[in-house]
Design a binder for this molecule. Structure first.
Ligand SMILES: [Zn+2]
Length: 446
């Protein structure tokens, strides 16, 4: 099997953690201030066993001070790659990476994919549903022997299906909700696409009805990967035991902790916090992802992997949106209608200063509510543009803005960035009603 990165021993992981913490303290104001306030000496952090003495970091803590607080001293944001995300808590996060960090992140993904499919070159990949950016919108991207076909969400479905059939990809990657839409459209049209070697499901939780449909339509295995925009790949599904995941030690160290940041015992469910082992421009150290998992201990697995084992129990979870004409759209399209109204490319502007957190809710067939926790520079200036974007989805959609002081869900409820409250095919095939969907994932008290 072709591997792109050497196996990382625990000694190397410990060294990476020492380096990450000491460099973050030396170069990043946010970490220096946080550790000084907590009376922590970075030299005392020698590896994974010492991590629990560092405070956990939430999105809002990290973002509130702006780039001068969370970027390494001397970074020039205009020269860095930028990604926007909201993760599973509704707080906007701007992620900066240098060119090298971005390249390494891609290699880490390829290395993780090779666990399932023995990646070979030339390699053709179809990426289903990435975000289209104004300066980076080519459908076909070639880097040496790597060909990537990007099926942006605004490409008409027939064209997407045509591209999938034409490409005969080795691998198809994407969010499960978007892969499901494409697979369903193929099934409804009676199209049997070329069989890829593997489908990689990323970013959102992979549910059984999606795995079953993808296997039926594409006739290939489906592997579940746990990833986030902030760091990249965090874990991959064990090739032998599909209900387990192995953390990606090339990239991050994962801890599963209780409310106070202490590790839970083996077999216990808790919050997932991550430490990025390589990114120096914008370090993430004991960063709360908003997801939950179970620590299953460590050892030599039947798949040959030697190291930690976990299970992801809560991550990004979506419901589809029903338009007034009855058609159903992916929640990402509704998210884009709101998010693309924000001037992300203005260098003097940060979403977090205007909006601390937001949630998009479909209350009824024609009513979209955006709940907003306003930031210090909040203004109403975005909403006319959001209304225009909604009208493009359907002219009868109406928008209500509600300013709220907090979007933390009540105990036992899970936060959904886009919450669709109407019944639709996605949740019916999942075997739930809309109300059951909203209540389904009851967080435990930890
Ligand atoms: Zn395994």
């Amino acid at each position: 099997m072709l591997r792109f990165l050497p196996r990382k021993s625990m000694n190397i992981v410990n060294r990476c953690i020492r380096d990450a913490v000491s460099q973050a303290y030396r170069n990043v104001a946010f970490y220096r201030n946080t550790y000084d306030r907590a009376g922590i000496r970075p030299a005392d952090i020698r590896g994974i066993d010492d991590l629990p003495s560092l405070p956990t970091v939430s999105r809002i803590d990290l973002m509130a001070g702006g780039p001068s607080s969370y970027l390494a001293h001397g970074s020039r944001p205009e020269t860095l790659s930028v990604k926007q995300t909201t993760g599973t808590t509704g707080t906007p996060v701007t992620v900066y990476m240098s060119f090298c960090e971005q390249a390494f992140r891609k290699i880490v993904f390829l290395d993780a994919y090779s666990r399932h499919a023995g990646v070979k070159f030339p390699l053709s990949v179809v990426d289903v549903g990435p975000e289209r950016k104004s300066l980076d919108d080519a459908i076909l991207v070639r880097v040496g022997p790597h060909k990537r076909v990007r099926l942006f969400r605004d490409i008409p479905m027939n064209e997407q299906i045509h591209l999938i059939c034409k490409t005969k990809a080795f691998m198809i990657v994407g969010r499960p909700s978007i892969l499901w839409e494409v697979a369903l459209a193929m099934k409804d049209r009676g199209i049997r696409p070329p069989r890829p070697r593997i489908i990689i499901s990323n970013v959102e939780m992979l549910f059984g009805h999606v795995r079953a449909l993808l296997t039926e339509v594409f006739g290939c295995p489906v592997a579940d990967y746990y990833s986030c925009e902030e760091v990249g790949n965090l874990a991959w599904q064990c090739p032998v035991h599909p209900d387990r995941m192995h953390p990606n030690l090339a990239n991050a160290w994962i801890e599963i902790v209780d409310r106070s940041g202490r590790p839970v015992g083996y077999g216990q469910s808790g919050r997932i916090v991550i430490t990025n082992l390589y990114n120096r421009t914008m370090p993430f150290i004991r960063y709360c992802t908003g997801d939950r998992g179970i620590d299953l201990g460590e050892g030599v697995c039947d798949c040959g992997f030697h190291g930690p084992v976990m299970r992801l129990t809560e991550g990004r979870d979506v419901n589809f949106i029903v338009l007034p004409d009855g058609s159903e759209i992916n929640p990402r399209n509704l998210y884009d209608a709101v998010n693309f109204a924000f001037p992300h490319d203005r260098p003097d502007w940060n979403l977090i200063d205007s909006i601390r957190a937001f949630q998009i809710i479909q209350e009824t067939l024609d009513r979209i509510v955006v709940k907003v926790v306003p930031g210090p520079q909040y203004s109403e200036v975005f909403w006319p543009k959001v209304r225009k974007h909604l009208a493009a989805l359907h002219p009868d959609l109406k928008l209500n803005i509600e300013l709220v002081s907090d979007l933390t869900p009540p105990p036992g409820r899970k936060f959904h960035q886009v919450l669709g409250k109407l019944d639709n095919r996605w949740i019916r095939e999942r075997g739930e009603s809309a109300d059951q969907f909203e209540r389904r994932t009851r967080s435990e008290s930890i």
